[in-house]
Design a protein around this ligand. Structure first.
Ligand code: PHE
Length: 457
């Protein structure tokens, strides 16, 4: 590998921790989790959710961190040095993660547009008709391209500025510093919005509906699959992100406690978001007379239709809360986007000896060009396919692949002494090995096979 003068190292443990939280907390926490929780047994969902945290979230994060720190190199390079014949699979993950960037930035483009129009309720009296009608259709026309392309371009540009212009040759100056500002800001605004939504009349109706447990579902494979799938996506597991970020840490980072804190922050945030979303749905139900279950949606429908509908009946507060809400979504998406570039960029830098500058510029320009296509209506169809591919296939492969190659072939035992030497609190022992080598892979296999059989039958 040719050496470059670039400094790929965090300035402090705090930068690493916050950048990792920034990656984990994303659209999945805001628009996916509340729906997953509600539609998979409500209160009863916490059982598979907590199991997923204990046998996958925390132990797996420790594994990715430990191996990343051990190799201090890009993901494909580490995979290659463990087993030469797997190198191409080592490239597969950073590339798949980069695909997330491409569609995340298209959504961010839409969201940026909504930050502005929410200040004056630009969606008019019927947000549904606006979004599915003029907004999405405008994407299809040249005029529409003129409207949305700049917003997608801005999203990419912001990413590029952070990752290249100010990160330049030093990761800490860009991603590190930016995470230290944006991530706390994201949490602060979110807390404000959720507290506000709790004061709305009807909040209790929504929350009662959300947490109402359906215990019978616990015997269903699907809710277990949902819990594990959510945990993988939400914590950005098995995607070579945690690996790459940990390879930038200095020797004094306590990786075991970092894994705990990231999990607490991420899962705390998404549960907080769920409280906000359902308080608002409860309020809306009270205003409109439509029952909460008929209002529940996820994804773009939740952010671009349900929220604007609520803002329309919210009175004066709407012009403050509206832009703040869309800005929160923007921050959550942006800090995640940054983490989708890093693994591929570092892999290219490592393989070809390119500078950080050159790699980031090429990736951002390429990403911007492709996400323009995504921002059109035809593109949103492709986006759906890419989303399904990444969420249901690629990330599953990631976790299983890393379990095999890191826990088995490389041998997870190898990193225990290193991790324990850095850990000031919890010391890893046999229990951790048993979890990452046996419990987790077996559990995932059972849940996925069972889930697939359940869908087919
Ligand atoms: N963790 C992010 C979320 O919850 C999703 C994501 C995964 C983003 C990987 C970037 C990279 O939304």
């Amino acid at each position: 590998m040719a050496k470059t003068k670039d400094k790929n190292e965090w300035g402090s443990n705090l930068s690493f921790l916050l950048a990792m939280i920034g990656s984990a907390v994303g659209l999945g926490n805001i628009w996916r989790y509340p729906y997953v929780l509600y539609s998979n047994g409500g209160g009863a969902f916490f059982i598979p959710y907590i199991v997923a945290i204990l046998i996958m979230g925390i132990p797996f994060l420790i594994l990715e961190y430990g191996v990343g720190y051990n190799f201090k190199s890009s993901f494909p390079k580490a995979v290659k040095s463990i087993s030469k014949k797997w190198e191409y699979l080592g490239w597969f993950l950073p590339v798949a993660v980069f695909m997330i960037l491409i569609y995340y930035s298209a959504i961010l483009g839409w969201d940026g547009f909504y930050v502005i129009i929410s200040a004056f309720k630009g969606w008019g009296a019927d947000p549904n008709a606006y979004f599915t009608g003029s907004f999405l259709q405008a994407n299809d026309t040249l005029g529409g391209l003129g409207t949305f392309v700049p917003f997608v371009a801005i999203a990419m540009l912001v990413g590029w500025v952070i990752m290249w212009v100010i990160s330049h040759t030093d990761l800490e100056k860009g991603l590190g510093r930016v995470s230290k500002v944006l991530v706390p800001l994201l949490f602060a605004i979110m807390i404000f919005i959720v507290l506000f939504s709790l004061t709305l009349p009807g909040a209790g109706i929504g929350l009662a509906e959300l947490y109402n447990p359906d215990w019978s579902l616990l015997l269903n494979f699907n809710i277990w699959m949902a819990a594990f799938g959510q945990m993988i996506f939400s914590l950005s597991l098995g995607m070579s992100i945690a690996f790459t970020y940990a390879s930038y840490t200095k020797d004094d980072s306590d990786l075991v406690s970092n894994a705990l804190w990231v999990t607490v922050a991420n899962c705390g945030f998404e549960n907080f978001a769920a409280i906000g979303v359902f308080s608002i749905l409860g309020y809306m139900s009270l205003q409109s007379g439509v029952a909460v279950p008929d209002l529940v949606t996820q994804g773009t429908g939740l952010v671009f239709i349900v929220y604007p509908t609520v803002f329309n009946v919210l009175g004066d507060w709407a012009s403050v809360i509206g832009p703040l809400f869309f800005f929160t979504v923007y921050l959550a998406g942006l800090t995640s986007i940054l983490s989708t570039i890093e693994p591929l960029s570092f892999s290219i830098q490592n393989k070809f000896g390119w500078s950080r500058n050159k790699t980031m510029t090429i990736l951002c320009v390429f990403g911007a060009a492709v996400s323009m296509i995504y921002a059109t209506a035809m593109g949103s169809y492709i986006l759906g396919i890419a989303d399904t591919f990444v969420n249901q296939i690629a990330i599953l492969i990631g976790v299983i692949f890393e379990c095999i190659i890191f826990a088995w072939i490389f041998k997870a035992e190898n990193i225990i002494p290193k991790l324990n030497a850095k850990s000031k609190s919890i010391k890893l022992g046999k229990w951790w090995l048993v979890v990452v080598k046996y419990v987790l892979p077996i559990f995932i296999a059972i849940v996925w096979v069972g889930g697939i059989l359940e869908v087919i039958s």
